[in-house]
Design a protein around this ligand. Sequence first.
Ligand code: BG6
Ligand code: MG
Length: 214
Amino acid sequence: MLPIKGLLFDLDGVLVTTEHNHFIAWQRCAHSLGIAFTEKENELLKGVSRIDSLKKILELGNKTISSTEFEALLTSKNEFYLESIQALSSKDLLPGVAALLQEAKDKGILLGVGSSSKNANYILGKLEIADFFDVVIDGNGVADPKPHPEVFLNGAKALQLDPKEVLVFEDAASGIAAAKAGGFTAVGVGNPHIATQADIYFNDLTEFSLANYA
Ligand code: BG6
Ligand code: MG
C-alpha cells in the first residue's frame, strides 16, 4: 500500500443512515409483489443500483412483470424513499464521519464519493457536507454499477490518484467487491456481514484512525 492521498466513500450506510430507508422502501415494493423480503434478502441489494435491485427482488420471488410495471415500481420505490428522507439532515451522519472528513481535509487528503445512488448529490446537500468532496461519482455517471469497479476507478481518475493511494470505505458486499476489483484497499464499515470480505473492518468510523494511513 502506497501512502494514502485520497479517500473514496460509499454514501448509503457509510456516510449516512439512509441504507435503512432503502430497505424499508424495497420491502414495501417486494411485499406489493407478494415476495418475502427481510434484512437477510436486503443484504443482496446493498450497494446495488435501483434497476438491478428490482431485478434481484423479482429473481428472489421467481416472478416476471411487464416493463411498464417494472418502471412503475422503480418510480414508486423512489418516491416512497424520497418521502422517507425528507427530514434528513447533518444529525443523520453516521458516527465519526464529520470528524474524519474534517481531519482529512485539514491534512490535504483528497475526498470523493462513489455511490450507486442517483440521489447522491441531493442527499449530500441535505447533509451539508457536499463542499468536503473533490469529486462525486454517483449512479447517474456509471455504465457498469457495483460490483464493477467503474464508480471507484472514475473517482480515483478524477482525483488523479492511483487506486493504491486510495482507501475505499464500504458497507456492502457489492462495494467491497468493486473496490477490490479496482485495486483499492477496501475498508469495511458498519456491517458485520462484510467484515471478512473487507481488507480492514471497523464497526464505525470512530474506530478508524487516519494517522495510521496518511
Ligand atoms: C446504493 C444503496 O447506495 O444506492 C442501495 O446501497 C440503493 O440500497 C442504490 O438501491 C440506488 O439508490 P437510488 O437512490 O438511486 O435508488
Ligand atoms: Mg452502502
